[in-house]
Design a binder for this molecule. Structure first.
Ligand code: NAG
Ligand code: NAG
Ligand code: NAG
Length: 423
């Protein structure tokens, strides 16, 4: 299966994110008819996606279950038939996943969609008959596997993702109608329903941010995929997962946790239903040494990179043809464990001797650079995860969701965000 599920990279520039800057500290109460999801200590969500194709790296019995309230299996992909989902993973892996999660008192969800699996979302919710059929597909699937919930990772309503998704300017209102019908279903009523969303709110038929308040009444929580903000498609090396960007020069303001939370709360999503998506990986770039380093030998800010895309860590598969039939390059992704394996970081997740390191105070994320291989990686480490945890706590967000559980190394990242967030 394909592992690029998290790319939310399209420049979502249709929204002026400073519009009506919401008060980040004010949770709004919503009247939820269905049961709210379980909460950890202090009522927080501690979530992660578990990528089924990484089962060998992180077998179910090796997950640090006690550090999660929810774990979401990736993925059930949409298919040309509204009556069928295509499940990644072998045999009865979903059932093993669900029973293991439940034995640890962790809520088991399955994520529908993902980067390659969103191709037929638009048609699945595209007509009243299809919505009814898709509700049946989802509820049958949830019942068959005894799921606690469903996560919708539609990349993206009314915006192209991988390149060959079905798409309609009615996607967002159709999705709302679908969720209403799902909640009205006897099985759908009892499910935890969540969504993974880009940093700007789903667009209405005119391309403006939709009113999200009706979604807030139907979804338990929404995880903002605040990663892949900069990557090989960008003009320079920038942060994968910036906490803030309003402190950066204006040409480098591409969105951040701060801008995303302003935009989604302004669109009507209460802060206490917002979960911050955080990456256990970074993006690598080939950067010539004179450009990469200042005269003092420090990593330069936003350096230009070479067009040649370097391979990421050892799990980065050789370039091939993607689900749309297009030739794709390396993902350039370094999982956090891959930075240890690739000799950028030591076993404690700190830069090794001889590796250049920069911590950017605006994005609150680090960079590493190997001047011999000329590979630079922008990523998240224990410090940046700790700061994100504090941000979640200080702004009254519901919690974190990590893409993806197998990316961490010895729980360095997850422990840091839990400590920062007061879990
Ligand atoms: C309904 O779903 C079918 C696939 O099952 C699809 O071919 C058709 O285009 C969909 N209808 C709409 C209006 O999206
Ligand atoms: C983001 O940056 C702006 C501008 O420097 C600053 O005023 C604001 O406090 C920062 N927010 C956070 C959460 O760091
Ligand atoms: C940098 O990369 C080179 C070439 O891949 C490798 O030999 C070296 O160990 C790496 N680390 C440092 C600190 O140079």
């Amino acid at each position: 299966m394909i592992n690029l599920a998290a790319f939310c990279a399209v420049a979502l520039s249709f929204l002026d994110v400073t519009r009506g800057a919401a008060d980040l500290g004010l949770p709004t109460n919503v009247d939820l008819e269905f049961k709210l999801g379980p909460t950890g200590k202090n009522g927080k969500v501690a979530a992660g996606w578990w990528a089924s194709w990484n089962v060998d790296r992180l077998p179910l019995d090796k997950i640090s279950w006690e550090k999660y309230t929810h774990i979401t299996y990736a993925f059930a992909e949409t298919t040309p038939s509204v009556n069928e989902l295509s499940i990644s993973g072998e045999g009865d892996l979903v059932d093993k996943f669900v029973s293991t999660a439940k034995s640890h008192n962790v809520k088991a969800l399955v994520s529908v969609g993902g980067w390659t699996g969103s191709r037929f979302f638009s048609t699945a919710v595209g007509s009243p008959a299809n919505r009814t059929a898709f509700v049946r597909t989802i509820t049958n699937f949830a019942k068959e596997h005894n799921l606690d919930g469903i996560d919708f990772d539609w990349e993206y309503p009314n915006l192209q993702g991988i390149g060959c998704n079905t798409i309609s300017n009615r996607d967002t209102p159709n999705f709302l109608s679908f969720l209403r019908e799902l909640r009205a279903h006897p099985i759908g009523k009892g499910l935890i329903l969540t969504a993974a969303v880009p940093i700007t709110p789903w667009p209405d038929p005119n391309g403006n941010p939709s009113d999200i308040s009706p979604f807030a009444k139907l979804l338990n929580h929404v995880a903002i995929m605040n990663y892949d903000i900069w990557g090989s498609w960008s003009s320079a090396v920038g942060p994968d997962a910036p906490l803030n960007d309003t402190c950066a020069p204006s040409r480098y303001q591409q969105g951040s946790a701060v801008s995303a939370i302003k935009a989604w709360t302004a669109a009507g999503l209460p802060t206490d239903q917002l979960v911050l998506g955080v990456p256990a990986y970074g993006h690598s770039f080939l950067v010539n040494q004179p450009v990469a380093l200042t005269e003092q030998g420090d990593i330069a800010a936003y350096p230009q990179f070479e067009p040649e895309q370097p391979r990421g860590d050892s799990s980065d598969e050789a370039p091939g043809v993607d689900a749309c039939g297009a030739q794709s390059g390396y993902s350039n992704i370094f999982n956090f464990w891959g930075l240890v394996e690739g000799k950028f970081l030591n076993e404690r997740g700190e830069p090794l001797q001889g590796i250049h390191y920069r911590y950017d105070e605006c994005s609150q994320t680090p960079y590493v650079y190997n001047a011999t291989s000329q590979v630079m990686v922008s990523f998240d480490d224990a410090k940046s995860f700790g700061v994100k945890g504090e941000f979640i706590k200080n702004y009254g967000l519901r919690g974190y969701a990590m893409w993806e559980s197998a990316g961490d190394y010895r729980d360095i990242l997850i422990d840091a965000i839990r400590t920062g967030g007061g879990y």
